[in-house]
Design a protein. Structure first.
Length: 162
């Protein structure tokens, strides 16, 4: 008996989506070694955890525009479009609610760019943004203070965590 192939939903721009952004801080040329990441936390939540900047699309937006708007709104980082790399192999359909796609982007910046982060204030949607070195990122994950679903995204993207 033949087993039918499982249904695989393909991304369609007519679907809803949320863009998630891995903010990766790298050394300057020639190494471009990953130095750390910028994460956010919403301390108004009952059990706040550090996570990726993310949010749902607004009418008429492209996935990149959603990623850029949400990243700027939650971290204060005003990075050019060229800093963003869409990772389509990491896109995932989320059937919860009325269903939407989770679209993953990696935004690459220099350590100097981290000065653009604005910590907690009204302008960044209530989240606190912070730069973590690789060692601090590893400690954050080991301590259970990072959202597991977003950690899966970072691992799927092949980003170093220590």
């Amino acid at each position: 008996m033949n087993n039918p192939k499982p249904f695989v939903k393909r991304f369609d721009h007519k679907d809803g989506w949320a863009a998630l952004v891995i903010n990766q801080v790298v050394a300057s040329a020639p190494s471009f070694k990953v130095l750390g990441y910028v994460f956010i936390i919403d301390r108004t939540k009952t059990s706040p955890l550090w996570k990726l900047a993310a949010g749902h699309k607004e009418a008429g937006e492209t996935p990149l525009q959603t990623a850029m708007r949400e990243n700027q709104g939650e971290t204060g980082l005003r990075l050019p479009a060229e800093a963003y790399l869409e990772l389509p192999h990491c896109h995932k359909w989320n059937p919860r609610g009325d269903g939407h796609w989770s679209l993953l982007f990696k935004a690459t910046m220099s350590q100097d760019d981290t000065r653009l982060i604005h910590p907690f204030d009204v302008g960044n949607e209530g989240e606190e943004a912070k730069y973590f070195t690789l060692a601090e990122t590893y400690a954050l994950i080991k301590s259970g203070q990072f959202l597991p679903l977003h950690l899966e995204k970072i691992r799927a993207a092949g980003c170093p965590l220590q």
